[in-house]
Design a protein around this ligand. Structure first.
Ligand code: PHE
Length: 447
């Protein structure tokens, strides 16, 4: 029954774009761009999306769409040898559950800012910083409550399956997200600082670009396209085989990039209008922006609510895509019902999320610190610095060396020219693995 449950073409594009567009675009992209000085970083990031992100996206899509199965089975089915051991590549889907644990906590913080926006936002940076600090280090009950609302919504959506749950929620939330961002963009056009934001984002300052910036751009390209956790592979497994996956993948990458750039323009216009710093780091959205909104009176309140609601919408559609690979795995391989799979995976990430949030509080941080990192940071590190790069390297090496080239050529050339296939194949076989291995070793401090 589940296998018959397929996306429509537009449903897939929206769902994959919904997965891709998340906190990574609206929260992380602007602050990382700010930290690396703007234009040059944006350019490097665009190149990373085009040559590396899109290449790996196509890799996951081709495996998923061709095998029409869960991640573990897809590797076995696609391999030249059909060796059953390829099922161990399925380990990558657990990253999704781990990321979801702390992603849900962060989404909970954002939800709390939606509610705060209806009341009074802090009017200076000191109060704003203290309010955020209190939320994450002291307010356990509130954090658990918000995390519960987010986790409950994710579970509610995925229980309904691909078509009725995931496709439908994306069909509703993605256009709404687009509208809110368009509204905010139009508002930022009216600000004098808009042109400063444009030149900040598009005139390169090469002096800020070093090895770290290159790696940050590559890591961001991966995270924002939802690669390395089996999400794109799993969504593509529900994409009917006759749909042009190359075109659909390009569409997703374009939407994702357009939204990151739009979010950057909006946020930098706001920051420059208020004379604030562009390099505020992770606190940008939680500390700098609320202060700016509060200075704009009633209009500021409307903008604050719209902005945080947009973040929640973007985050929820990403969150559901993090759990789906695990659900499909249990449903397809172990014949679990969707309900049973959801209960198991849902309670796992929910409880891990509570561990993550407790590990940031002053009361529990000491007992929840392992290898010098609190549980929250450890989960982040294990996924983004270890498991996701490993998954990406594995996917490239798998396609480049353990899958029949003719098979891939046949699938690709049904949609694109042989030249395009050859470029993709060259990138996946040589360039991308080298780039990611460099990133990986560097993040682990080996290079
Ligand atoms: N792409 C999402 C974002 O930018 C995050 C994500 C990572 C979603 C991995 C699914 C899988 O926020």
């Amino acid at each position: 029954m589940y296998l018959k449950n397929h996306f429509s073409r537009i449903g897939f594009i929206l769902a994959a774009a919904g997965s891709a567009v998340g906190l990574g675009n609206i929260w992380k992209f602007p602050y990382v761009t700010g930290e690396y000085g703007g234009g040059a970083f944006v350019l490097v990031y665009l190149l990373a999306i085009l040559f590396i992100g899109l290449t790996v996206f196509l890799a996951e899509a081709v495996i998923g769409q061709n095998a029409q199965a869960d991640v573990a089975t897809s590797f076995v089915k696609t391999s030249k040898s059909k060796n059953k051991n390829w099922k161990f590549a399925g380990f990558i889907l657990f990253s999704g559950l781990i990321i979801l644990s702390f992603y849900s906590v962060v989404l909970g913080w954002i939800l709390s800012y939606v509610f705060t926006s209806f009341g009074t936002l802090p009017s200076d940076a000191k109060t704003a910083g203290a309010a955020f600090e209190t939320l994450i280090s002291k307010d356990i009950a509130a954090q658990i409550a918000y995390h519960t609302i987010v986790a409950g919504s994710v579970i509610f959506i995925v229980l309904k399956g691909i078509k009725e749950g995931i496709e439908r929620i994306n069909l509703i939330l993605m256009p709404l997200l687009g509208l809110i961002l368009l509204g905010l963009l139009i508002y930022s056009f009216t600000l004098d600082s808009f042109s400063t934001a444009v030149s900040f984002m598009f005139s390169p300052d090469w002096s800020k670009i070093d090895g770290n910036a290159l790696l940050a751009a590559l890591g961001q390209a991966f995270f924002t396209l939802s690669l390395g956790v089996g999400t794109i592979m799993t969504y593509s497994a529900s994409l009917p085989k006759n749909v042009n996956f190359v075109k659909s993948s390009i569409m997703v990458a374009i939407v994702d990039t357009a939204i990151a750039i739009t979010a950057g323009l909006i946020i930098f216009s706001f920051l420059f209008e208020a004379g604030a710093q562009s390099s505020a780091g992770p606190g940008l959205v939680f500390i700098s922006l609320p202060v700016i909104f509060s200075g704009w009176g009633f209009l500021g309140q409307v903008i604050a609510i719209s902005f945080f609601v947009a973040l929640v919408f973007a985050g929820i559609t990403s969150a559901v895509s993090m759990i789906e690979p695990s659900l499909k795995f249990f449903i397809d391989r172990f014949n679990f019902t969707r309900r049973k799979a959801t209960v198991i995976c849902g309670s796992t990430f929910y409880l891990l999320g509570i561990v993550a949030l407790l590990s940031m509080t002053s009361a529990y941080s000491e007992s929840l610190t392992f290898f010098g990192k609190n549980a929250f940071d450890l989960m982040d590190f294990m996924t983004s610095s270890v498991m996701m790069p490993l998954a990406a390297i594995l996917t490239c090496v798998f396609l480049g060396y353990f899958v029949d080239k003719e098979l891939l050529q046949r699938i690709f050339t049904a949609h694109v020219s042989n030249l395009v296939f050859n470029i993709w194949y060259f990138l996946i076989k040589f360039i991308v693995p080298i780039a990611i291995i460099t990133l990986f070793l560097n993040k682990l401090g080996i290079l």
